[in-house]
Design a protein around this ligand. Structure first.
Ligand code: HEC
Length: 126
């Protein structure tokens, strides 16, 4: 391999991590527009059609105060982490039958990955 091609390769793989993160968060922000009609993620922003999602990572499903959850969510025993939210979002209806999140889901893995990155950051912001 020539010195030149090594340099080209090094350049191609050297997209800095912060630039990748920024692009992912940006994509996630756009995907989250689908959730915004029902969910806020900012602290103390309150419940809407769906429960407020601030602090959702590590939270037991169905425990946001003053929100009327379905029995399906309340009795699920789930503690929300990345893997569980990913499963939930891929098909809310089949993941927890009888829940009342009227959302078709995000069939594309890349959309879920992006929205999870965004949700993780926003749901932890003071
Ligand atoms: C049409 C309104 C609507 C949309 C759109 C929607 N949700 Fe929901 N979401 C709900 C409702 C209602 C619940 C409560 C479900 C229940 O109690 O059965 C819920 C519950 C949740 C929960 C569980 C929260 C908890 O406290 O246990 C998460 C996580 C969640 N939604 C994430 C999302 C994300 C991320 C999106 C966008 C990709 C989204 N939702 C889109 C209405 C919506």
């Amino acid at each position: 391999m020539t010195r030149f091609s090594i340099a080209v390769l090094a350049f191609a793989f050297a997209t800095p991590a912060w630039a990748q993160d920024a692009a992912l968060l940006d994509a996630g922000k756009r995907v989250f527009l689908k959730c915004r009609s029902c969910h806020s993620v900012e602290k103390d922003a309150g419940n809407m059609t769906g429960p407020n999602l601030w602090g959702v990572f590590g939270r037991k499903a169905g425990t946001e105060p003053d929100f009327q959850y379905s029995e399906a969510v309340k009795k699920s025993g789930i503690v929300w982490d990345e893997a569980k939210i990913d499963e939930w979002l891929s098909s809310p209806k089949s993941f927890l039958p009888g829940n009342k999140m009227a959302f078709i889901g995000l069939p594309k893995e890349e959309d879920r990955k992006a929205v999870l990155a965004y949700l993780k950051k926003k749901s932890a912001e003071e």
